[in-house]
Design a protein around this ligand. Structure first.
Ligand code: LLP
Length: 436
């Protein structure tokens, strides 16, 4: 890619930035991955015989800023949001409201008010009381709000990743099995101020095996058939996000955009034929699979030390500026990453190394066990790839850390999409702190 980690000596000078944790985004790679999703879906869901085409909504929770909204909407993607902040950002960055969606299991009045007044294309409801709240707001605006019902499909298969949000006893969605999802659709159809546009399912995240999506799609399409039979039309079915990516060299590659699109199209086509219903518009909401592989995090090495483990081995600790405040995923999910020395060629042998952050927690580990050159020393730069999704987006100010900037590389030039946070940004919130 643009950065050519390992091939070109990298320096903070060459990047034109101060040393510190930073997320480098390859803007061409982002546009490329988004365009491939859109093309794969368009191709798979268009045959001139009743397949209506497809829509791709980027799940903004993975990483969101105005530049991303502009790049992705220019390619034709919609933006999926899940909070007042994400929704406001998407709209202010110029996304066409018709291509914006709002999720959430606890949507506030402020979120619903903005969604309805801006006229966004879909609000995905996650509870029954929400329906009346939205309807009241929409009637006050003399409009009708387009709703989808988030359905808990009950998809579960032992040992698969998609267990995460598909089972019954978790907070998301309305149950298919107990009839609540159907009741929600019927309630929407009967309530002035709202109308039903579709059914939605999101079964989990970082999913490598597409079988769960097929089961969920069938479940949604069957509910749709029942609703159609009851006189309630359902034009769209959204199969959610969750398509996995490889994080390290030993991971299998995630399902390609084309494999996902072709697999979903095949199951939708077959199921609709069996159910004797027209094929709906199909949409998806990938976040991670668009953004994760397009970013690399850089960290300055601050300190190293050798520690003798309980089994008598030497383990090298490499402490970097950064850590769990800019990437919580290793701590929170045991997520794996790999690391490379990025600023020079390595000298000599490798040593079992643990990359740790600077926070006041012994669990602040970015990579527990990496084979790294034994001559890594303060001043070196460590690169950790595949950090585009849920890194900066879940960053915190723990220990009053400054959240890293996102530096976009395009056509050989670097520019900030998000500038690095400053102490002034941080202290601006403190009403009792004097200027000096
Ligand atoms: N749609 C809905 C309704 C979602 O809840 C999510 C993710 C997505 C789409 C996008 O999923 P993706 O394609 O990015 O897998 N923080 C975790 C991931 C949480 C995902 C939450 N929902 C992580 O760092 O792995």
């Amino acid at each position: 890619g643009v950065l050519q980690i390992g091939a070109v000596p990298l320096s903070w000078d060459r990047l034109g930035i101060e040393p510190g944790p930073v997320v480098i985004a390859d803007s061409a790679a982002i546009a490329g991955r988004a365009a491939v999703w859109q093309m794969a879906m368009d191709e798979a869901f268009w045959d001139g015989y009743g397949m209506n085409g497809a829509r791709v909504y980027y799940a903004g929770k993975a990483l969101l800023c105005a530049a991303l909204v502009k790049e992705l909407t220019a390619i034709g993607l919609g933006i999926d949001t899940a909070s007042l902040g994400e929704l406001t950002l998407a709209l202010r960055a110029g996304a066409n409201p018709a291509g914006v969606g709002l999720h959430g299991n606890a949507k506030t009045d402020a979120e619903l008010e903005l969604a309805v007044s801006a006229g966004i294309g879909r609000i995905i409801i996650d509870s029954l009381p929400e329906i009346d709240r939205i309807a009241a707001i929409a009637r006050a605006h003399n409009t009708s709000a387009p709703l989808m019902v988030r359905v808990t499909t009950g998809v579960h298969a032992g040992g698969h990743d998609f267990i995460a949000t598909a089972h019954e006893d978790q907070k998301f969605g309305l149950s298919l099995a107990t009839g609540v999802a159907r009741a929600a659709a019927e309630k929407i159809a009967a309530t002035p101020g709202v109308h039903l546009i579709g059914l939605h399912s999101h079964i989990g995240s970082q999913i490598m095996d597409l079988a769960g999506f097929e089961v969920a799609a069938r479940a949604l399409l069957t509910l749709r058939r029942d609703l159609i039979a009851a006189g309630i039309s359902v034009d769209e079915v959204d199969l959610g996000g969750g398509y996995g990516v490889a994080y390290t060299g030993v991971d299998a590659p995630g399902p390609s955009q084309k494999l996902v699109a072709d697999t979903l199209a095949a199951v939708v086509r077959t199921a609709c034929a069996e159910l004797d219903t027209p094929v709906p518009v199909v949409s998806i909401e990938p976040g991670r699979s668009i953004i994760a592989p397009t970013c690399v995090s850089l960290y300055p090495v601050i300190a190293t030390k050798d520690v003798t483990t309980e089994s008598g081995q030497i383990r090298r600790y490499i402490a970097v500026d950064g850590g769990m405040s800019d990437n919580i995923r290793p701590v929170l999910y045991n997520a794996s990453y790999s690391a490379t020395l990025a600023n020079r060629l390595p000298g000599g042998a490798t040593v079992s190394s643990r990359i740790v952050g600077k926070h006041c927690e012994s669990g602040d580990i970015l990579i527990p066990d990496a084979e790294l050159p034994s001559d890594i020393t303060p001043g070196d730069i460590i690169a950790i790839p595949v950090t585009g999704a849920y890194g900066r987006a879940m960053a915190s100010n723990y220990n009053m850390a400054l959240r890293p900037g996102v530096l976009a590389l395009a056509d050989g030039a670097a520019s900030w999409w998000l500038r690095p946070e400053t102490l002034a940004d941080l202290f601006a919130l403190d009403t009792q702190l004097s200027e000096t």
